[in-house]
Design a protein around this ligand. Structure first.
Ligand code: PEP
Ligand code: MG
Length: 923
């Protein structure tokens, strides 16, 4: 789902304004006219805005009114009390609703019944509360019976209302009601709810009323207006329930915006066999295929479809059952798709053959479907390429890169069962039955598969960490399916043959009984479930980029590429990758990176057979020995640089001189001590013992209390200039070689951790001296740049001075965040969770740039640097270079490029295009 970026950190919804007199809080819709429209999502929430829009389009929408998010904020501002003025306004709107529906609250002949539903600006499926059938009481239930000639239906509606009201408003646990319902079924010897007749349901109603009296200490309110006020307030309150808060945390939805409440005339899908209810999509939300897609239930209320209690029927069967309503539904939804120019997700109810639309909104879709739909809509001329670029969440592209099963491996296992393919992707994991276990096991480093009868909104934390979600009941629009899809999590739902015993922690599938911890795999694109672990393999897109598959053979690759080509046309930012090896550089180039923003040379030191040479260099206690070891490293580094340059086909390559503290290349002090103790116990002597002792001595010498603030970065180059010399020589020799071969190279040598211009000046002198030497030796000239990372706050603050010596700046936002916040980048995990729980931090500042703090340094560093050198090249190579919201900021600040890991390059290309389009819209 859309990741809603925000910097809001407050707890409760807040009203920006005080409550002025005659401020409008409630918006009516009905009889072909609405006071709101689709542009008013902030105020009316997504659902309210779309109900208004549909009403204005003369679609069959039951009348109602939307109590705005302003009212919700006022409710929280006033200590959880609705101001009297809003209550007055509600009474006036209720009168209009009574007129429009030709029914009235509490009437013994034609009672008005309403639904009360939450509806925030951003969809939060199932996280907040809903109450249906409001207005029923001991009198109106009889009127409903008379009107429908269906006593069973009337009393079933009444008992549902008491149950929902009791649970949501009076906070009585659901089980209290379920227990009574089960008792009545037992006494009457029936199994399923629909088998209960009117008399039985009257009994249920009486029992439910007694539950309310004993658990809530009050009678169930008979007055519809009381019911409405209490329900409205409960829905406001549900904005702050733990699962809604958790959902907002995950999707970065601001806490202060609050929810709207929609009060709407009830229509019933459960009055008999000429009624029904359903949900659907104008296209397939999992694959993007252009097919009318959805499901329905005859004789049911909406909640029955989404709750996953009954497995619904495919929507095409509606054509046979109710051809007229089906035809009308097709026409309306086609119109809606054209109107909104996007896939629509809709809800409808058919009451006695009459169709009503209850909701429409842009459909949540998988990353795969997002790319399919965006490219199809352009082909259908419904949207322009730049609209298509805006329609796909950058993060969705990373879903397309996620692994798939190796078909040969997958075929080896028999299909144990099949469910509905709710969200594509290959998942293989150890079975767990609760969300808490999923989290616990994942923390222990295990891959888990969350297996549930059906998921509930409280499972969100477990769903978030699981490899895949598998449920026994529910349809494609059940909670598990909707949430799985928006998380981009492979999901299979409604695998009816699964027998789950949550108590015994076992699941029976295809004749086998699996205990918790055993392996299960499924394919989210086909719905096939298999027992065992199956290896995964790269997605088609990765295969094309790797050269294992021809681009023409992959439809999804072609579309992916098309979308990114459109993105490239509008973006301003250049996209580079962080890569240290030629093969990584090739992947990055394949994904569209046109340059390397950071080549961490020390990673090359870890290559095969190199560590002993690096260690000899570190152990050397004189310059001569150190130079000897460096001379051995020189040809190896030269070879690496040659490969990386070549893979970039003439795009610039930024190579950073050595950065980490030297002890990182040596064994751990404790391990050496243990080894020596063992050797001693065995009575060993000789050169190997001596060598170990020397190593231990050097490790102890290099020990630092704060290595991140210690002898690293430019400080190493200053104390051991011969390292900088060797690296410069390797870079220039490789560049000269390629130049002689007639290839273009653009080396950019980058000095890390500079906080003072004099540090840079010192190292630049070494670099230019050696570069001149090499070019003279090689008899060829290569254009190269010398620049610096800006990753120490002092470097940013004095950027005007630093720029005097630098050809370019690259912001190292990893260290800059570490040094600005004073949070250790390696230890933040210990307290980040607590910070997020308490809303001190909305997001991890190492993943998404802290714009208010670190961002100021970035902005200041760029501005001051360009004061000195107006055309100073500026980019970023910290992790933030691949984060969409950070990319928006870098675009605004005027960076030339962002650099990220090779696999993030597509995400960055798309995010950069969106940033440019948004900026253009503002200009
Ligand atoms: C940085 O600090 O942002 C950076 C890119 O360097 P490293 O992560 O290697 O410290
Ligand atoms: Mg750094």
């Amino acid at each position: 789902m859309a990741k809603k970026k925000t910097t809001a950190k407050s707890q409760a919804p807040r009203s920006k304004r005080s409550t002025p007199a005659r401020h409008k809080f409630i918006y009516f819709f009905g009889a072909g006219k609405a006071e709101g429209d689709r542009t008013m999502r902030d105020l009316l929430g997504g659902k309210g805005a779309n109900l208004a829009e549909m009403t204005n389009a003369s679609l069959p929408v039951p009348p109602g009114f939307t109590i705005s998010t302003d009212a919700c904020r006022a409710y929280f501002d006033q200590g959880r009390k609705v101001p009297a003025a809003i209550d007055q306004e509600m009474l006036a709107q209720l009168k209009r609703l009574e007129a429009a529906s030709k029914a009235s609250f509490g009437s013994s002949s034609n009672p008005l019944l309403v639904s009360v539903r939450s509806g925030a600006k951003f969809s939060m499926p199932g996280m907040m509360d809903t109450i249906l059938n409001l207005g029923l009481n001991d009198v109106t239930v009889e009127a409903l019976k008379a009107r429908t000639s269906n006593g069973r239906f009337a009393y079933d509606s009444y008992r549902r209302f008491i149950q929902m009201f009791g649970n949501v408003v009076l906070e009585i646990p659901k089980e209290e009601f379920e227990h009574e319902l089960a008792a009545v079924k037992r006494e009457r010897g029936v199994k399923e709810d629909p088998e209960l007749n009117e008399t039985a349901l009257r009994d249920v109603v009486d029992r439910f009323k007694r539950v309310v009296r004993s658990k809530a200490g009050r009678d169930f309110p008979q007055e519809p207006l009381d019911q409405l006020r209490l329900s409205r307030d409960a829905v406001f309150r549900s904005w702050q329930n733990p699962r809604a808060k958790e959902y907002r945390r995950i999707y970065e939805i601001p806490d202060h915006i609050g929810t709207a409440v929609n009060v709407q005339m009830m229509v019933f899908g459960n009055t008999g066999d000429r009624s029904g209810t359903g949900v659907g999509f104008t296209r397939n939300p999992a694959t993007g295929a252009k097919e009318f897609y959805g499901e329905f239930l005859i004789n049911a209320q909406g909640e029955d479809v989404v709750a996953g209690i009954r497995t619904p029927r495919p929507i095409r069967e509606l054509e046979t059952v109710m051809p007229h309503a089906y035809k009308q539904l097709r026409q309306i939804t086609t119109r809606l798709e054209k109107h909104y120019r996007d896939i629509q997700d809709f809800e409808f109810t058919i009451q006695e053959d009459e169709l009503f639309m209850l909701q429409t909104r842009s459909g949540k879709r998988t990353g795969y479907a997002a790319v399919m739909i965006a490219t199809d809509l352009v082909a259908e001329k419904l949207v322009a390429p730049k609209d298509a670029v805006m329609m796909v969440e950058p993060e969705a592209l990373s879903q397309l890169l996620s692994p798939i099963f190796d078909p040969a491996e997958w075929k080896r296992l028999p299909v144990a069962t099949k469910g509905l393919p709710a969200s594509p992707g290959a998942a293989s994991g150890q079975v767990v039955f609760t969300a808490d276990h999923a989290v616990e096991w994942t923390r222990q480093g295990k891959s888990v598969m969350l297996v549930r009868k059906e998921t509930v909104p409280d499972d969100i934390h477990g769903m978030f960490v699981a490899q895949g979600i598998l449920t026994a009941t529910g349809g494609m629009t059940s909670h598990a399916a909707v949430v799985g899809r928006q998380m981009g999590k492979p999901s299979v739902v409604g695998a009816g043959s699964l027998e789950i015993n949550e108590h015994a922690k076992t699941v029976r599938v295809g004749g086998a009984t699996l205990k918790e911890g055993e392996w299960l795999s499924f394919d989210g694109l086909t719905g096939e479930v298999k027992v065992g672990q199956v290896a995964t393999k790269p997605s088609e897109i990765i295969q094309v980029v790797n050269g294992q598959m021809k681009a023409e053979k992959s439809d999804i690759f072609k579309r992916f590429n098309q979308l990114l080509t459109w993105a490239d046309k509008v973006r301003r930012l250049g996209i580079r990758a962080n890569a240290d090896q030629p093969d990584q550089a090739e992947i990055a180039y394949g994904f569209g990176a046109r340059g390397i923003g950071l080549c961490r040379t020390e990673h090359m030191f870890f290559g095969e057979g190199r560590i002993p040479i690096v260690q000899r260099m570190i152990l050397a206690d004189n310059e001569k020995d150190r130079r000897a070891a460096l001379a051995e490293l020189l040809p190896l580094q030269r070879g690496d640089f040659y490969g990386v340059f070549k893979a970039m086909h003439g795009s610039p390559v930024t190579i950073r001189t050595i950065d980490p503290p030297l002890h990182e290349f040596l064994p751990k002090r404790e391990d050496l001590m243990v080894d020596l103790a063992r050797m001693d116990a065995k009575g060993e002597t000789g050169p190997s013992v001596e060598q170990k002792k020397r190593l231990l001595h050097r490790v102890e010498q290099l020990h630092e209390f704060n290595p991140m603030l210690g002898h690293r970065g430019v400080r190493l180059g200053i104390t051991y200039p011969e390292i900088t010399e060797m690296q410069t020589r390797a870079i220039l020799e490789a560049a000269c070689k390629l130049t002689k071969e007639g290839l273009k190279v653009v080396p950019e040598i980058m000095i890390p951790l500079v906080g003072d211009v004099r540090e840079l000046k010192d190292q630049k002198a070494v670099v230019t001296r050696v570069a001149e030497e090499v070019m003279k030796e090689q008899k060829v000239r290569v254009k190269y740049l010398v620049g610096t990372m800006i990753e120490v706050p002092r470097g940013a603050v004095t950027a005007d001075e630093v720029a005097r010596e630098a050809d370019f700046f690259s912001f190292g936002t990893n260290d800059l965040t570490q040094l600005t916040y004073g949070f250790s980048r390696d230890d933040i995990g210990k307290f980040l969770g607590a910070y997020q729980d308490r809303r001190i931090l909305a997001k991890d500042p190492f993943a998404s740039l802290d714009i208010e703090g670190v961002g100021q340094l970035v902005e200041m560093g760029t501005r001051k640097g360009r004061q000195t050198k107006p055309d100073l090249k500026v980019g970023v190579c910290g992790e933030h270079g691949g984060d969409p919201s950070s990319i928006h900021f870098f675009d605004k600040v005027g960076f030339d490029y962002v650099s990220c890991s090779p696999y993030r390059v597509p995400v960055a290309r798309l995010a950069a295009a969106q940033a440019a389009l948004k900026q253009k819209a503002l200009d």
